[in-house]
Design a protein around this ligand. Structure first.
Ligand code: ACO
Length: 388
């Protein structure tokens, strides 16, 4: 059998990039990343400036409209979001039907998919319709995640409080108590830093799905499935498990060196694009330290910082630094989130980015359809089953 090449394109014209590294597959006006210098901007504004000065709601407006809102536009957007905080009765019934031992990310993926059944025209893909669906999904998912958490704890759902910000309302729905201003702000900063990030795996998934002119619900559902993987958004849970496995700061060195010796991946480190410290990790590090001190969790921060120093010593030459998931683990823990709500929390925020990319894709769509480099045999005989 002679290997034969695809005749439609010469070998020289074809390039194969494992994991699509370095391939430009879409244009966006939402976020810019410079991985060498560790820069992240949303619509040109540095992530650090947004974390210091903006709110999650304003950041979503920025990503979806490619400009900051005026005061009245922000108020109108807040009101629109708050008017959609509540779940419908059908969703409440679906939550109650979920097994109490289900993983929240599987529940979130399933229930976001089910939202299409509550929409009278789920397949409408005009920019206006897509934006409306995005707003509804974004506004309602906190109630869905918190509702499932309460269901599994045997507690009644709490009705959203439309006087509260997105961040405060989520914590209220979860715990039945309004968070302190410091907790609300910390959670808000987490939401801002996780809202968008170029063509990461889950965003790519969303764009690939909508490029068939499928629908917003399918695109977001697929993105949630992508995000939960331990190499992507699921890494924040891996970081927390690792921190829990290390008894004290003195045990960090032998623990990490043993992992390195065994060629295990250290969760929360490394990134396809960043070869410097992820600027989101820098923002979250400051936040994690403050929250850890305020909530009696200083040991978590100290262990994290000790891991970072060892990793810098061992891996900086390979461009492996902390990513967004590393310090977000300590931050979420100090806010009081359960371990298996870390990745759903990431998803709640990233819905802003995913849906913005879906709208961009719909605005200038072409079906994603890459090709493969076939490396199997040719002209193989079909052997009858009795002779195999
Ligand atoms: N710990 C130890 N070694 C690592 C790590 C790590 N966290 N990350 C990469 N490496 C090493 C690999 O072992 C490999 O070494 P080798 O060349 O000797 O075989 C080399 O760096 C390149 O690794 P790749 O997997 O090819 O790099 P890629 O760009 O595909 O990796 C990824 C990116 C998947 C994020 C990787 O760094 C990783 O697995 N990190 C841990 C999981 C994680 O934190 N994911 C969250 C990323 S941020 C986000 O998605 C929100």
């Amino acid at each position: 059998m002679t290997p034969r090449r695809d005749a439609t394109m010469s070998t020289a014209e074809k390039t194969f990039s494992k994991g699509l590294e370095g391939v430009i597959a879409a244009q966006t006006e939402m976020s810019f990343i410079n991985g060498t210098e560790g820069i992240l901007e949303y619509v040109g504004i540095a992530i650090g400036d947004l974390a210091k000065n903006s709110s999650f709601e304003e950041t979503v407006f920025l990503l979806w409209n490619k400009r900051l809102p005026t005061q009245s536009e922000l108020e109108a957007f807040n009101n629109e979001l708050r008017a959609n905080y509540s779940m419908c009765d059908a969703m409440k019934q679906r939550i109650k039907a979920c097994p109490v031992d289900a993983e929240p990310m599987h529940v979130l993926r399933t229930l976001v998919s089910s939202m299409a059944m509550d929409d009278a025209s789920p397949n409408e893909n005009s920019v206006e319709a897509a934006r409306h669906k995005a707003l509804q999904i974004l506004a309602t998912t906190p109630a869905v995640v918190a509702g499932f958490d309460r269901h599994r704890r045997g507690l009644d759902f709490i009705e959203p409080d439309t006087s509260l910000s997105f961040a405060a309302n989520f914590l209220y729905l979860l715990n039945g108590e309004k968070p302190t201003p410091a907790m609300e702000r910390a959670f808000d900063i987490c939401m801002i830093t996780h809202a968008d990030h170029g063509l990461n795996n889950s965003t790519f998934t969303a764009r690939v799905i909508i490029s068939t002119l499928s629908d917003m619900y399918s695109a977001i559902t697929g993105a949630i499935g992508s995000l939960r993987g331990p190499l992507h958004g699921g890494a924040n849970e891996g970081v927390m498990k690792m921190l829990n496995e290390i008894p004290t700061v003195d045990d960090v060195e032998p623990y990490i060196m043993n992992k390195i010796k065994n060629k295990d991946r250290i969760m929360g480190f490394g990134h396809r694009v960043y070869k410097a410290k992820d600027p989101r990790a820098a923002e979250l590090m400051t936040l994690a330290k403050q929250l850890a001190d305020d909530t009696g969790n200083s040991d978590l921060y100290e262990k994290s910082h000790a891991i970072e120093l060892i990793m810098e010593r061992e891996y900086a030459s390979k461009g492996i630094y902390p990513n967004v998931d590393f310090y977000s683990a300590t931050t979420y823990h100090c806010i009081g989130l359960k371990l298996d709500l870390f990745t759903p929390m990431f998803a709640l925020s990233r819905i802003a980015g995913w849906s913005g990319h879906v709208i961009e894709q719909l605005g200038d769509n072409r079906l994603f359809r890459p090709t493969t480099d076939y490396v199997g045999p040719h002209d193989a005989p079909y052997t009858p089953i009795s002779e195999r």
